[in-house]
Write a protein that binds this ligand. Structure first.
Ligand SMILES: NC(=O)c1ccc[n+]([C@@H]2O[C@H](COP(=O)([O-])OP(=O)(O)OC[C@H]3O[C@@H](n4cnc5c(N)ncnc54)[C@H](OP(=O)(O)O)[C@@H]3O)[C@@H](O)[C@H]2O)c1
Length: 261
């Protein structure tokens, strides 16, 4: 508890944006706690980060879409005597397709991971983050800024995380803790396959930015204490422009942008 070392816990650290966030923390000298379900990937990354940066890297396997996954993770971190200064709530996924055809169980599991887990981990780790004047980073998405036909529930989960993050950032402004809602646009990662959205106009035949680049920008925005950060000028303009357009029109554009092609 009294160590001078700083520790960052990153969920979804086994691939994509979370893996790159973990590398950024480690490069800056943070010890890292890497969380996801894929044990071998986590162990491999932990070994790499320890070898390259000399930090302590701990892999913890957790299924954060199960009802007790987040609280069990907190208990496991405490059982190991670890103290978290920085929390990156990054694990998440989407489900592509019309809501009428949705697999309800899968959508509910996604809601648990994308929303409830973020709230639970933030609340449980908050006392120690406050005492360390630490950092919270929640990976949202440009999906947070408008409704998303074809991914209706996913977009709504990200709107929730954006609103939650901005609200607690304001509550915590006297504590030295910063909360960053990190809102990437489409990014090359495991996300597209998992969401089954290879045919969406959002990604099909498009060269997506690398997770390494996107995560690096988000990490630096977190260091600067930005409340909301949208990497990429086009993404930023899109998110800004929806504020000035009628909601129905915005939703129609969003529908055409994500339609299957
Ligand atoms: N890629 C994009 O286009 C994009 C755009 C905007 C926002 N985002 C957001 O960025 C975040 C990271 O996604 P990504 O693009 O890096 O996708 P990714 O490569 O698929 O990574 C997702 C990560 O979440 C973990 N995860 C998934 N289900 C989990 C569960 N039940 N319990 C614990 N961990 C779980 C995965 O690990 P395991 O499978 O090993 O558990 C993996 O490490 C997500 O919140 C996503 O919504 C992505």
């Amino acid at each position: 508890m009294t160590s001078n070392r700083r520790t960052a816990l990153i969920t979804g650290a086994s691939s994509g944006i979370g893996k790159e966030l973990a590398s950024n923390f480690a490069r800056d000298g943070y010890d890292v706690i890497l969380v996801a379900r894929s044990e071998s990937r986590l162990q491999l990354l932990a070994g790499e980060l320890h070898a390259r940066y000399g930090v302590a890297a701990t892999a913890i396997v957790a299924d954060l879409e199960s009802a007790n996954g987040a609280s069990e993770l907190f208990n496991e971190v405490k059982r190991r005597g670890l103290f978290v200064n920085a929390l990156a709530n990054n694990a998440g996924y989407g489900c592509f397709g019309e809501f009428r055809d949705a697999d309800l169980e899968r959508e509910l599991a996604m809601m648990q991971l994308n929303m409830n887990t973020v709230v639970i981990l933030t609340r449980l780790f908050l006392p120690e983050i406050i005492s360390a004047r630490g950092k919270i980073m929640n990976t949202c998405s440009t999906a947070a800024f408008q409704p998303g036909p074809s991914m209706a529930v996913y977009y709504a989960t990200k709107a929730f995380v954006l609103s939650f993050s901005e609200a607690i950032a304001a509550e915590l402004e006297d504590t030295g803790v910063t909360v960053t809602a990190f809102c990437p646009g489409p990014t090359a990662s495991g996300f597209q396959d998992k969401a089954n959205m290879q045919d969406s106009a959002l990604v099909k035949n498009r060269k997506l930015p690398a997770a390494e680049d996107v995560a690096g920008r988000g990490y630096r925005a977190m260091l600067r204490g930005r409340r909301v950060y949208i990497p990429g000028i086009k993404n930023w303009l899109m998110a800004l422009s929806v504020r000035f357009m009628p909601r129905r029109f915005v939703t129609r554009i969003s529908k055409s942008l994500s339609r299957p092609v």
